[in-house]
Design a protein around this ligand. Sequence first.
Ligand SMILES: [Zn+2]
Length: 269
Amino acid sequence: MKRYIRCIPLVILTVSTLMGCAHVQKNDVVFQSSTINALVKGIYDGDVTFGELKRNGDFGLGTFNALDGEMIGLAGTFYQIKADGVAYPVEDSMKTPFAMVSFFAPDDTVMLLDTADNYTQLKRHIDGLLPSQNIFYAIRIEGKFKHIKTRSVPGQQKPYPPLVDVVKEQSIFEFHDIDGTIVGFRSPGYVHGINVPGYHLHFITKDRNAGGHLLECRMQDVTVQMDHINNFFMALPHGGEFYSADLAQDKKKDIETVEKGTSRSDIEK
Ligand SMILES: [Zn+2]
């Protein structure tokens, strides 16, 4: 009995401490719909609308139901870059099977002048600026690019094929001496299964007419803004194929294939 009495103040203290921590700043959260493994497995219908997504962020990336193109959102406007490479407006009633958004509020701004000749160098450069590898970062890179290579994917019909098969029919777009904005996130290395570890970036031209999932880039004169994010929220589908799928399988190789836009045989070489 004595032991229980002694425990009570400790329990109260713990609960109040948790409550104290429960206040999360609106602009310090990554909001994600579904999981990357679900997308890789071909679960291309989600139940989160863009209206709901906008209530959780004004900045981000993802895709659309039936995997109909690449999504990019910045300054509260969302675009659908379809397999023809054109950026279309997004209706609030449209839905996404996978997206991540945040309210962009940069903590750091750095200028990059000719210091990154390719995507790998860009990632290395940004990695060197981060206070930790273990939190999320929203990243916005804006300015002039010598070269940009993007891709988009065509909308799919049911029964949906897995993502590695869809990527085989992806459209590739090349831009030279182009003004535009790269939008995306750097996720910690431990998010396997849930999200893409490392960088996931999308591009849109300054005139907001074209873009896609970023495959390669060469900077000319750009500004890099980084928003350090310490909270992560996942909205999982309310049923459907998501409920019965085996989402615990290791899909690292497939994710690498779809992110880099190469064929599976290229990766396995
Ligand atoms: Zn993407």
